[in-house]
Write a protein that binds this ligand. Structure first.
Ligand SMILES: Cc1cc2nc3c(=O)[nH]c(=O)nc-3n(C[C@H](O)[C@H](O)[C@H](O)COP(=O)(O)OP(=O)(O)OC[C@H]3O[C@@H](n4cnc5c(N)ncnc54)[C@H](O)[C@@H]3O)c2cc1C
Length: 455
């Protein structure tokens, strides 16, 4: 298997023609300034088109830098796989904005935009609080993740952006805008999944709930036939449920069931789940990968932040040398959509590490893939084979067209802007919001120009 260093050497042609920087595989801290800046995204499949990385130490300094820059793009923890965070002019990382404060009465937490979920989740837990959900990894910033509507799983769980109740944003003129769900109504619903195009977020406020414990149990070999009549029941069998498949043999290779655990309650793993059998050891979702980086399984209870993600904070999540893609379809049509993609299995599997199927509850955030629609997300963790992926994605998108599939904003897709405009009904309203907040287009990059304004 190709390791990350080899991948960085060979994947430079994907989405970019610039030469990879010598810093690509070293992963220096984001705040280390322009000279030592990481000039690729986390996976290394994209080299950013600027060598300028601004690293303000305070909100005031962020304001000065934003005001002075003619063109700018905020960068989070670099985990997006496409050019959404790229810039041909300059990027700004607010990595050093790391404040955190609780409001017990409002039951919210406000954190600096530099913080990753894994940086503040254990502290929240110590104070007796939890977030409603997390993505597969805790390594991403809350601001960067919610900007693209990043999600976990759970039929009753909205994506991570649905927990956002306030945003502090430095807008194009260097002034601070305080937006909140309570005060700004519909405008706020437009601003939460902002794709980095509204301004530079310096603080984010998230809803909390009392802390809780979770048990994770993995089952192996679920026939896809069982999904035909039980898809909703299966996704509803736990607080958060993920199904993994390589598309071969009409089966789900692993079911990850994450359930809330009542403290002190006795628990025994049921040996069978819809014909699938309980795993007898900890597993990695990618075949052949060591399970050490994965969160605890085998029904052992633990805090929400150590069970809801699949991967542990101090380890490389997933594969590392990989590319990701994801499409959201109405959950009511989930099984039909699975069958449609399955027709391409022999085109998909040779280039795939694994597919994951998850459930996301409907929301009212304009640019969310789950806007007004309970969703099932069909995710692909690809091997680092950019050319083959570029060839297979249009085939998958054609198969999913009858379901009006919406692509994940932070992953690789080939859907043209005219199609995006059909499946994301709020793009015209979002364009107007961006023009209101950023009339000169300071925060627009090639990705935003093409995908939001290019239809
Ligand atoms: C291994 C791996 C696993 C993943 N698992 C999941 C998953 O389970 N579910 C899922 O939905 N996605 C998943 N993703 C995708 C990832 O969650 C998204 O791409 C997310 O947006 C990355 O956040 P980031 O902090 O790295 O931000 P970046 O990728 O750096 O930026 C993302 C966007 O946020 C904007 N942004 C960042 N910071 C700011 C700021 N301060 N102000 C304004 N805008 C800002 C950027 O401009 C850009 O538009 C995964 C990615 C990887 C690499």
């Amino acid at each position: 298997m190709m390791d990350k260093r080899q991948f960085l050497k060979t994947s430079g042609a994907f989405l970019t023609s610039t030469i990879l920087s010598p810093f690509a595989s070293a992963e220096p801290p984001l705040s280390s300034g322009a000279a030592a800046a990481p000039r690729t995204n986390w996976a290394g499949n994209l080299t950013y088109h600027t060598d300028t990385l601004l690293a303000p130490k305070s909100v005031a300094e962020t304001q000065q830098m934003v005001k002075a820059a003619p063109k700018l793009r905020a960068l989070g923890s670099r985990h997006s796989f496409n050019a959404i965070a790229d810039s041909a002019a300059a990027q700004i990382s607010v990595h050093d904005l790391d404040s955190k404060s609780l409001d017990a009465e409002a039951r919210t937490v406000t954190v600096g935009a530099g913080l990753r979920y894994g940086d503040f989740a254990p502290w929240l837990d110590e104070q007796g609080y939890a977030l409603h959900n997390l993505a597969s990894l805790p390594h991403i910033t809350a601001v960067g993740a919610t900007a693209t509507a990043t999600h976990g799983s759970g039929v009753a769980n909205g994506n991570l952006a649905t927990a956002v109740s306030g945003l502090e944003i430095v807008t194009a003129d260097g002034r601070i805008a305080q937006l909140s769900r309570a005060k700004d109504g519909e405008l706020f619903q437009g601003a939460v999944v902002h794709l980095g195009a509204l301004g530079v977020v310096t603080r984010i406020t998230l809803d909390l709930q009392p802390t809780f414990q979770v048990r994770q149990v993995v089952y192996e070999n679920l026939s896809m036939d069982r999904l035909e009549h039980n898809l909703d029941a299966i996704f509803s069998s736990g607080y958060s449920v993920s199904l993994f498949t390589d598309w071969q043999e009409h089966r789900v290779s692993q079911v990850w069931l994450k359930s809330k655990a009542a403290p002190g309650a006795t628990f025994q793993i049921a040996p069978e789940f819809y014909g699938a059998t309980a795993a007898t050891r900890k597993l990695h979702p990618l075949p052949g990968h060591d399970a050490t980086p994965c969160t605890e399984q085998m029904g052992i209870p633990g805090p929400w932040y150590e069970r809801l993600p699949h991967f542990r904070m101090n380890f490389t999540p997933s594969s590392g040398a990989e590319i990701q893609t994801e499409y959201f379809v109405p959950r009511a049509k989930g099984y039909e959509a699975i069958l449609a993609v399955e027709q391409l299995k022999d085109r998909i599997t040779p280039h795939l590490f694994i597919t994951e199927l998850r459930a996301i509850a409907a929301d009212d955030l304009w640019m969310s893939p789950a806007y007004h629609q309970d969703c099932m997300a069909i995710h692909f963790t690809w091997k680092p084979e950019p050319d083959e992926i570029q060839r297979v994605l249009p085939l998958i998108e054609a198969k999913l067209a009858p379901f009006n599939a919406r692509p994940h904003w932070g992953k690789v897709f080939t859907m043209p802007p005219s199609r995006l405009a059909q499946v994301y009904p709020n793009i015209p309203k979002f364009q107007a919001l961006l023009k209101q907040y950023d009339p000169q287009g300071k925060f627009r990059n090639q990705f935003i120009d093409a995908n939001i304004f290019g239809a």
